[in-house]
Design a protein around this ligand. Sequence first.
Ligand SMILES: Nc1ncnc2c1ncn2[C@@H]1O[C@H](COP(=O)(O)OP(=O)(O)O)[C@@H](O)[C@H]1O
Ligand SMILES: [Mg+2]
Length: 239
Amino acid sequence: MMDRVKIERFPEIPYAMEEAINRLRINISFLGSNIRKIMIVSSMPNEGKSFVTMQLWHQMAQAECPVVLLDADLRKSVLADQYGLVLESGKKMKGTSHFLAGDRPIEEAILHTDLEQGDILPNTDNVVSPSMLLDNGRLQELLDYMKKNYRYVFIDAPPLNLVSDGERIGSLCDGAILVVRGGSTSVRMIKNSIRQLERAGCPLLGIVLNRVEGKKGGYYYKKYGGKYYYGSKYYRGAE
Ligand SMILES: Nc1ncnc2c1ncn2[C@@H]1O[C@H](COP(=O)(O)OP(=O)(O)O)[C@@H](O)[C@H]1O
Ligand SMILES: [Mg+2]
């Protein structure tokens, strides 16, 4: 019997945010059947890539749509720790970096979860210099497999600002959703990220304005929720 992953700390989110993620999910489903491998990316760390990816993945699976989350933040992923991902068997979980290093076949690497339609491949051991892992052909093989076997592949990417990992991953995806942290990412950084995606040949599907603070401030969205913008509307609007 296949070992499964439990998610011990999946956050409860306010209704307005759930609605925002739901709208994003529906907008994605209107993109057409060729758009399957979708990278969730941002200019800087901490803008909410992993948060948005997890929520979207979870809702998509709950809507009975076969979906897999690929954690491709090979240097600094905290996903498995933050969300409390553990194997039911109690064994040590292996993740993306192990797979890319060639330790197992794809079918064994991708893990099932409590969600019938939601599979996942977290990155459980970060690496200092993933260039070779990203260039040895295994990532492409993995993404091809995922594209064939799931309706959507959500790729939790590293930030674009520091190293070229994000661009390399983007060159293998059908499109990207750019997460922008409200009030903290500069227009220059956003433009830069858009240029990087263009260079990678990765179409920009939309921009999520995340972590917008309500009137009183505070951590969660209050009334604004996550907003989804088609194309590069927000970017133009902010110019
Ligand atoms: N919309 C949100 N509401 C509440 N907390 C959020 C939201 N987006 C991100 N966070 C929190 O902010 C922190 C950074 O988000 P994370 O998704 O890890 O960023 P990234 O993957 O871009 O580095 C995490 O603790 C995450 O739970
Ligand atoms: Mg992250």
